[in-house]
Design a protein around this ligand. Structure first.
Ligand code: URA
Length: 430
């Protein structure tokens, strides 16, 4: 049924609340990838899916069709078990940087195909590219060599154009048609790439809160459940942690600033929330990989993860000892009164970091590696009037006043003690 009329019939079936058949899904995804279904037709279908939803069977078939639109990597012949982590994106989320070498130091291989940031959440590749010399374009044979080497064992690189190409085209349409926020579409988009990447096991970090895609726990649970089901149905051992994203993670948001914080964590220091989440995710990843006899907290504290980090950065052309880029201009926000910091809003900090130059508006825009926000006080900390709360970093000082505007309502100082909130909120297993 390869004609425009059949695209209309698929759109109309979903518009009217019907369940799409396997052959309809296979055809529409394949025809869209080949250019035989027009962008406006796929956009209409995406909107119908957003409004009407999809059954578990439809999501699984849609994901399979997106995987089959391209190449599927395979690492089953490696001498070590493979396991990866995916985060749905948060502000200050630099966890992959200490986590990948930590899990590799514990004996697993971590193949991570990662992305660049768009909007207020940063991308892991942008962070790593702030390290002088580091390159994201690693060939698949080189990836395999790195993963097989027990001294390295982790690779973070850009997904090739041939990995789930249907998703790349569809995501670009969703971005401009108000159809990003659909659980079936987000779940199939993320999982098609992760399954195609060839990992045997996967731990998902589904962010919940003001700075995340999913603003409340019920929506995050629905997304996590859909993704865990997709992974399990495709033979990838998958679990999800739901983690808080009302406040930025750690004390930095911005590329080189976050790398510096990750290096602190690998040196045995760093903010407690970043260390705690890194270790919690490492425990989940090792359990999924069948490695039970090693404590990642010890491997982080005693420097073994740092050795692995240096090897991992060097393997991709980076100099782990080189000074990181710093922005030319800074501006400090100070506390206007004494009290307890009651709130620091992740979305406000993420927007400010983006405006300062740490993120991009359009795919392909350059980013400023030194730009971002340094956080001197976190919710629950007592502050005194005049004390620095935030430092803004940028190479383009004309954006400072807009970034300050973003932050104006982004924090609150009050008289009352603030109960610490846990980072890990729930766990979803098959
Ligand atoms: N990340 C993705 O890769 N896809 C989505 O749809 C949303 C976030």
């Amino acid at each position: 049924m390869a004609n425009a009329q059949s695209a209309v019939s698929v759109i109309a079936a979903k518009r009217d609340g019907g369940e799409l058949r396997d052959d309809q899904i296979d055809w529409v995804v394949d025809a869209f990838t080949r250019g035989a279904v027009a962008d406006e037709q796929m956009s209409a279908l995406a909107m119908a899916i957003l409004l009407r939803g999809m059954t578990r069977r439809e999501i699984a078939r849609w994901t399979r069709a997106m995987i089959e639109s391209g190449r599927r990597l395979e690492f089953t012949d490696l001498p070590r078990p493979t396991v990866d982590k995916h985060s749905t994106g948060g502000v200050g989320d630099k966890i992959t940087l200490p986590l990948a070498p930590l899990v590799a130091a514990c004996g697993a291989a971590v193949p991570q195909l990662s992305g660049r940031g768009l909007g207020h959440t940063g991308g892991t590749l942008d962070k790593l590219e702030s390290i002088p010399g580091w390159r994201a374009d690693i060939s698949v044979p080189r990836m395999r060599e790195i993963l097989a080497d027990p001294k390295i064992g982790a690779v973070v690189c850009a997904a090739g154009a041939d990995l789930a190409p249907a998703d790349k085209r569809l995501y670009a349409l969703r971005d401009v048609t108000g159809t990003v926020e659909s659980v079936p579409l987000i779940a199939s988009s993320i999982m098609s790439k992760k399954i195609a990447e060839g990992t045997a096991a996967l731990v998902l970090d589904v962010k919940v809160g003001a700075g995340a895609f999913m603003k409340d726990l019920a929506a995050a649970r629905e997304l996590a459940t859909a993704m865990v089901e997709l992974g399990s149905d495709a033979g990838v051992r998958t679990v999800a942690l739901l983690t808080a994203m009302d406040t930025p993670l750690g004390r930095t948001a911005g590329n080189a600033l976050e790398v510096a914080e990750a290096v602190e964590v690998l040196s045995g220091g760093g903010p407690a929330d970043v260390v705690g989440l890194t270790v919690a995710l490492a425990r989940e990843m090792l359990a999924q990989a069948g490695i039970h006899d090693i404590d990642p907290a010890e491997v982080l504290a005693d420097g073994r993860a740092m050795d692995q980090w240096r090897a991992m950065i060097t393997a991709q052309g980076g100099d782990p000892y080189a000074p990181l880029p710093r922005a030319a201009h800074t501006e400090t926000v100070t506390a206007e009164r004494s009290g307890i910091l009651a709130r620091l809003d992740a979305l406000a900090v993420g927007r400010a970091a983006w405006r300062l130059g740490a993120g991009r508006t359009r795919q392909g825009d350059p980013v400023q590696y030194g730009a971002g926000v340094e956080i001197h006080a976190r919710p629950g900390d007592s502050v005194t009037a005049g004390q620095p709360l935030l430092t803004l970093h940028t190479d383009t000082p004309d954006v400072l006043s807009a970034a300050l505007d973003d932050l104006r309502d982004g924090y609150a100082i009050g008289p009352d003690l603030v109960e610490p909130t846990p980072v890990v909120l729930d766990r979803i297993a098959p």
